[in-house]
Ligand binder design. Structure first.
Ligand SMILES: Cc1cc2nc3c(=O)[nH]c(=O)nc-3n(C[C@H](O)[C@H](O)[C@H](O)COP(=O)(O)OP(=O)(O)OC[C@H]3O[C@@H](n4cnc5c(N)ncnc54)[C@H](O)[C@@H]3O)c2cc1C
Length: 488
């Protein structure tokens, strides 16, 4: 009897336990999983140049920082950039006999952007560009001694990394500095929404690779550094219907304008959204900026399929691209000679001999042979090069008015690469002030929200000078980090 009772009691306990467990699991199934919450001083969205610069700067100013990056790797467009950084730099420029001034950089930036930029932001950019470069050098980054004119820079003040690894060294330098300062960088973590409380941005809702929701609370501020939207065809067509999917882009696939959308939802003012830059320098196969020798403006000419020049090669980027659209098949060849053949890698970190082997760069011992290889009339190309060399001799390009006439194209071997228009940079975005605070539609800063880099508007106006974006990213990234850390 006692035995039977014991079995019954055990059975009852088991049933009870099972039912409790079942009840708990069904409760768990019904409940939405709790979001994981993390708290810090400053949250930075985007681990490109601007985001990492902001993270380092915020940490330098005593803040605890978390960086969210949606892609599996850090770097964004910055890591794939050509690395050209504009700054008036008397020490380097004097050695090359280049006359320059902050005022000239200021005027060229404003005028080159059709006076659509905010002058006070341009002022901050040009006055702090050299200091930004020295800041990178203080973290161990090395730049070449010589400056040059990157395409569309309008003046020889472009610096490039000493080891020719283009955008990579910016990201590596900043990433290492950030990690040394205790910054936490989370990849595959996509910011979805800014969290507002009582009119202040206090954090970010994000998702991880598993689709889980994460909440990052920011005690001091959130920095938007999500880059531009050149890779978002729908968004770029909203602002310029001519930029459909048939035109490729130089940008990484994550350049989809997320930050602009998130900021707009919390009342940010957008400026200059219709100013979208194309380059005449796209690889005909994929629109990328790789696949050519990338000589300086002074060292090359552009010819169309008829072997004729059609624009000044030192012109604004929009002027050159518009001129290219009017040429047969909108296709051109960049022609250069032995003098500018890269000594090591190209400025896009490619092996020039490899490019020749792949047929991206065509090499020939004479101009006529080069013409035959690229299928343009040899007599035309010969006449074009002769005329150009005369213009260099006389220091006057009567045909197109090129001013940066550096070198004749007269030393074999000669080189050619085909190029097409490609969407490159979005100059518009979130409006900021000189402290990188995001401005709302009411004209006042949105408390707790800062922005830097290509996500912002008002710095380049209607056309960006080549080499000004990396300076922008470092100068304003640094300011945004400091402002956020100080809660300004
Ligand atoms: C091929 C190429 C060559 C260039 N060469 C030069 C040059 O030589 N000189 C020059 O001055 N400029 C150059 N530019 C332009 C310049 O590189 C860019 O304007 C600049 O690097 C942009 O920096 P950024 O930090 O604002 O954005 P990015 O470097 O693009 O970084 C933005 C980051 O934010 C991340 N992100 C986006 N949305 C989210 C989200 N929702 N959540 C989390 N993360 C997100 C992105 O994945 C990306 O990593 C070049 C651009 C390209 C594409």
């Amino acid at each position: 009897m006692r035995q039977r009772y014991r079995v019954f009691a055990l059975g009852l306990i088991l049933v009870l336990l099972l039912s409790i467990a079942g009840c708990q699991s069904s409760t768990l199934q019904q409940e939405k999983p709790q979001s994981k919450v993390e708290e810090t001083d400053v949250v930075v969205i985007g681990a490109g140049g601007a985001g990492l610069a902001a993270a380092v700067s915020a940490a330098e100013n005593g803040a605890k920082v978390i960086v969210l990056e949606k892609m599996p790797m850090v770097g964004g467009n910055t890591i794939r950039s050509g690395g050209a950084y504009n700054a008036v730099d008397p020490e380097r420029q004097k050695k090359q006999g280049i006359e320059d001034s902050i005022e000239k950089h200021f005027q060229q930036t404003l005028e080159g952007g059709d006076y659509k930029a905010k002058p006070e932001l341009v002022r901050v950019l040009v006055e702090n560009a050299l200091d930004g470069l020295h800041w990178l050098e203080s973290m161990g980054m090395k730049f070449k001694d010589e400056v040059y004119t990157v395409l569309g820079a309008l003046w020889p003040r472009s610096h490039s990394p000493a080891d020719n690894d283009a955008g990579f060294s910016y990201i590596e330098t900043l990433r290492k500095a950030a990690e040394e300062k205790g910054v936490k960088i989370l990849v595959e973590t996509k910011a979805e929404e800014l969290i507002m409380e009582n009119g202040r941005v206090v954090g970010v809702k994000a998702t991880n690779a598993e689709g889980e929701e994460l909440i990052f609370k920011a005690r001091k501020g959130v920095v938007l550094a999500t880059g531009g939207f050149a890779a978002n065809v729908e968004m770029r067509m909203k602002y310029n219907e001519n930029l459909g999917p048939e035109i490729p882009t130089t940008n990484h696939p994550g350049a989809t304008g997320d930050g602009i959308v998130m900021a707009e939802k919390v009342g940010a003012n957008l400026i200059g959204m219709e100013y979208i830059q194309l380059l005449p320098m796209g690889d005909p196969e994929d629109g990328s900026l790789t696949g050519w020798l990338a000589p300086g403006v002074e060292q090359m000419i552009f010819v169309n399929k008829e072997g004729k020049r059609f624009v000044a090669e030192d012109a604004r980027r929009d002027v050159m691209t518009n001129a290219l659209f009017k040429q047969p098949d909108a296709l051109m060849y960049v022609i250069s000679d032995h003098k500018s053949f890269p000594k090591g890698k190209t400025s896009f970190n490619e092996d020039p001999n490899d490019l020749i082997a792949k047929g991206k760069v065509i090499k020939a011992d004479t101009i006529e042979e080069l013409a035959r290889k690229i299928n343009v009339p040899p007599e035309n190309l010969k006449a074009t090069v002769e005329k150009y060399n005369k213009a260099v001799e006389q220091n006057k390009d009567e045909e197109f008015g090129k001013k940066l006439l550096g070198f004749k194209i007269d030393t074999p071997p000669f080189y050619a690469s085909a190029r097409k228009p490609t969407v490159h940079h979005t100059m518009g975005g979130v409006e900021i002030d000189t402290k990188a605070r995001v401005i709302g539609k009411d004209g006042k800063p949105i408390p707790g929200l800062y922005a830097a880099g290509e996500v912002t508007g008002g710095i380049h106006g209607a056309n960006r000078l080549g080499g000004n974006a990396l300076a922008d990213v470092i100068v304003f990234g640094r300011i945004a980090g400091e402002s956020a850390a100080k809660g300004e």
